[in-house]
Design a protein around this ligand. Structure first.
Ligand SMILES: [Zn+2]
Ligand SMILES: [Zn+2]
Length: 229
């Protein structure tokens, strides 16, 4: 390290402090304006001013950074965290159920939507025709709030079903192409039948499959092909 040569003294610029500071030889030897204590105090004051103006922005930024950090942390420590949560759950019986019940009670709407979605997906997986993650709200918007079975409006505030035009049990797929929104009543009435919006090719396919598996329970209750497909 180069030894700095003191060539003079000056006072800290803070009026109330005026502590003396060394001035060193060289181009940058006279740069310091405040003593260490004043530098710290000025930095704090700057942060306080920024906080007063931009509190929300700062908090938001911190949360974002925190979330990013946690995401990375979880990804890196996946196994360790899984082992920890497993042992915690074993040591705290009933806690998980209690927590989940509480969440469900407090987030009733979100819980219902999630339960409906999960049920549909489970059913679709079971018959091995799961294609994509169908979002109920997207289907509702795409179908312009109209029931695909009776063609009448569905009250946006009322519950609605995601109907499979070709039922999953008949080989229909859980995909945007094969779903439509419907009144729960209409969906129950339609039951295990092929919807009018299925295209002829698909209906023929279902009929062939039904014939092949004679004796099976695949009922095609729409023998005549609709003209409005
Ligand atoms: Zn000072
Ligand atoms: Zn309807």
């Amino acid at each position: 390290m180069v030894k700095r040569i003191v060539i003079g003294k000056k006072d800290c610029l803070t009026e109330s402090c005026k502590k003396s500071l060394f001035v060193f030889r060289g181009k940058n030897g006279n740069q310091r304006k405040f003593c260490d204590a004043c530098i710290v105090e000025r930095r704090r004051a700057r942060q306080r001013r920024r906080w007063a103006i931009d509190k929300e922005k700062i908090v938001k930024g911190r949360r974002k950074a925190q979330a990013a950090y946690m995401k990375e942390y979880r990804a890196k420590n996946k196994e360790r965290l899984a082992a920890y949560s497993k042992s915690w759950l074993a040591n705290h019986p009933g806690k998980k159920t209690a927590y989940m019940n509480k969440w469900r009670a407090e987030n009733r709407d979100r819980h219902l939507v999630k339960a409906l979605k999960d049920a549909t997906r489970r059913r679709a997986r079971k018959v091995n025709v799961f294609v994509e993650d169908v979002d109920r709200d997207i289907v509702f918007a795409r179908d312009k709030g109209k029931c695909g079975i009776c063609n009448k409006k569905i009250d946006p505030a009322a519950p609605f079903d995601i109907d499979h035009v070709i039922p999953l049990s008949l080989g229909g797929k859980h995909s945007y192409a094969n779903v439509q929104i419907s009144h729960p009543v209409c969906n129950r009435r339609k039951g295990n039948r092929v919807g009018k919006k299925a295209n002829n090719q698909e209906v023929l396919q279902v009929q062939r499959t039904a014939e092949l598996s004679k004796g099976g329970n695949a009922t095609v209750a729409r023998p005549r092909l609709s003209s409005r497909t």
